[in-house]
Ligand binder design. Structure first.
Ligand SMILES: [Zn+2]
Ligand SMILES: [Zn+2]
Length: 214
């Protein structure tokens, strides 16, 4: 079984739903992350639920125990090691699923994706991501590009398995989701051109991690 994340149309910028783009929902003490290389504010990419994906077919994140909030530097694309899980060019925060509010977005830097995309979750009875994506596309008469990624399950790597070790406990981090660049090249995220992002979490340690491959 593969849980696909599919494009659900434009979403409100501050909606408490699974989405790419828009304004992140964060706890009160949150500080917008800065890039370790260029010191500019990162771009907010996505908020994703971290637990049983079957509980989130509604697309809501407010019923998730945790959400993973993913950021990546895009101030100097390709120059900030933004693909690397530990180089400081991206950051993934594990937040509680409740008590979150929209943050004030920094006024400098490249901070927001050009489009806020709502996400539906579609369970497909097929373990291979690419096959599941094709089946969904054919069954619904929609382009493969409307599949925005996969929630939980097993990552579909473009390159070698790069599952990160938790920086706190050293164990392999749990796979949360993978993200395609987007359904429309004009508003897509940049994972090197046809790349794919991979998000992980260690729930006991409260850590998140993100990387991409192309
Ligand atoms: Zn940077
Ligand atoms: Zn850990």
């Amino acid at each position: 079984m593969t849980t696909l994340m599919t494009y659900a149309g434009p979403a409100d910028d501050r909606a408490p739903v699974i989405r790419t783009g828009g304004v992140p929902l964060v706890p009160a003490a949150f500080t917008w992350p800065l890039c370790a290389t260029c010191s500019g504010p990162m771009m907010f990419l996505a908020q994703l639920p971290v637990d049983d994906p079957g509980a989130h077919v509604s697309g809501s994140v407010t019923d998730a125990r945790h959400i993973l909030s993913v950021f990546m530097c895009q101030n100097d694309p390709g120059l900030c090691e933004e693909w690397d899980p530990f180089a400081g060019g991206n950051q993934a925060f594990l937040f509680p699923g409740s008590g979150l509010a929209a943050v004030v977005v920094p006024t400098d830097g490249v901070t927001l994706v050009p489009e806020t995309c709502g996400i539906n979750c579609a369970a497909v009875d097929e373990d291979d991501y690419h096959t599941a994506r094709s089946q969904w596309s054919q069954a619904h008469g929609r382009p493969v590009r409307d599949v925005l990624g996969q929630l939980a399950g097993t990552p579909s790597w473009l390159q070698a398995d790069e599952t990160p070790a938790c920086p706190s406990c050293g164990r392999a981090m749990g796979f949360v989701a993978q993200l395609e660049e987007g359904h429309d090249h004009r508003t897509s995220m940049n994972f090197g051109g046809g790349g794919r992002g991979y998000a992980f979490a260690c729930t006991p340690c409260g850590k998140g991690s993100f990387l991409w491959q192309c």
